[in-house]
Design a protein around this ligand. Structure first.
Ligand SMILES: *Cc1c(COP(=O)(O)O)cnc(C)c1O
Length: 370
């Protein structure tokens, strides 16, 4: 079986350093809010090119706490509208509803599958306060245009960068385009912890300061609570694991790009649509290929055929948020592009451990699918 992703093997590559780091934390006797966290926050901020990175417990919390901090700072209030792509992972939308803000779902661009700039423009009302673009599958949304619209209408921009650590557009990385960005370090993400973890990046000192309190019971100083915060801390062991893996991230991204190029060059089947890349060749280089997502009208048959031939593939995602039971009130809404994407997408194995033989086998199977 060619697995979609073998996390054990991914982490075994770095096991000596991971175990050393883990032992260092055990021996330190200090497990929450110490040097490992500070160190990783600094290194991750440097990596993204931002002034600040604030570690939190997971990617969902990174998004929730940022919107909440903007409420705390008086920039948002209940009922304000947040424009978000309809074809995202549900976390992007949960972060909005968890804050009593109103998600305004818009269609993606059918080429890139990232949020459509025209749709964003059409969705703006007097209540719009935030645009929440998602850099889906490892490719930045059209941030130059989104930032231009945001400046024109005086809107905040919160990037969902959970799938796009290290992705760039015009030399600017995911996490350094908007007013703030949420990252996930869920184990299967391109930069994955060995458990749950997340971070917010920003260049805004006031937001960073507020978030450092929000994640820690609303407190900068022990037993002095400025507001009703939560417990959403990134612990020392996960920070230490992430700091080890951050050093290898660019190397892994290079490897993902090589695999993507092989897939793009070699998969030739009129029934299969390959992922298309942003705007031009230079920007295409900067995709980090968290997922390699093909589309076909025969998706379920293709997935079964691959499985019958010992290749595991996954669907990201089978049901769009507006059709989920969690959001019953939206079940009658219709987003035709989003719905067709959810019926047609299939994610091929994509990880730095795929061998050339495995890639050849996957390509051969796809090319003979009828
Ligand atoms: C993974 C993911 C999240 C949530 O991250 P968690 O760490 O699982 O909470 C948010 N948005 C997107 C687009 C994701 O892929």
């Amino acid at each position: 079986m060619i697995p979609f992703l073998d996390l054990k093997k991914v982490n075994q590559q770095y096991q000596t350093e991971l175990k050393e780091a883990c032992n260092r934390v055990i021996d330190s006797g200090w497990y929450i809010g110490g040097r490992e966290l500070e160190n990783f926050e600094q290194n991750f901020a440097n990596y993204c090119g931002t002034k600040f990175a604030i570690g939190v417990a997971n990617g969902l919390d990174a998004l929730i706490l940022t919107l909440r901090a903007w409420k705390e700072l008086g920039k948002l209030k209940n009922g304000d509208e947040v424009i978000v792509p309809a074809n995202t992972y549900i976390a992007s939308i949960l972060a909005i509803t968890a804050n009593n803000l109103t998600p305004i779902l818009v269609e993606p661009d059918p080429q890139t599958l990232n949020i459509s700039v025209d749709a964003v423009q059409m969705a703006i009302t007097t209540k719009t306060k935030v645009i929440l673009p998602v850099h889906l599958y490892g490719q930045l949304a059209d941030m130059p245009k989104i930032m231009q619209i945001a400046r024109q209408y005086n809107l905040l921009v919160l990037e969902d960068s959970a799938q796009s650590h290290g992705a760039q557009l015009r030399g600017i990385k995911a996490g350094n385009w908007g007013d703030a960005s949420g990252f996930s370090f869920y184990p299967g993400k391109n930069l994955g912890a060995l458990g749950d973890a997340g971070a917010v990046t920003t260049n805004d000192a006031e937001l960073a300061h507020t978030l450092r309190a929000s994640r820690n019971y609303g407190s900068h100083e022990k037993y002095k609570n400025l507001f009703a915060g939560v417990n959403s801390r990134l612990d020392e062991i996960q920070a230490a694991m992430l700091d080890v893996k951050l050093k290898f991230l660019d190397h892994e991204i290079e490897h993902r790009r090589k695999i993507a190029h092989l897939y793009l060059d070699q998969i030739k089947n009129p029934l299969i649509r390959l992922p298309s890349n942003n705007i031009n060749a230079e920007e295409y280089q900067q995709h980090v290929w968290h997922l390699f997502v093909i589309q076909t009208q025969y998706r379920d048959q293709l997935q079964q055929y691959l499985l019958d031939n010992d290749v595991q593939s996954l669907i990201h995602y089978p049901i769009p948020p507006h059709k989920q039971q969690a959001y019953k009130e939206w079940n009658d809404l219709s987003f035709s592009v989003t719905e067709s994407i959810h019926r047609q997408v299939l994610s091929l194995p994509m990880n730095p451990l795929l061998t050339n033989n495995q890639i050849e086998e996957i390509v051969r199977l796809l090319n003979s699918f009828k």
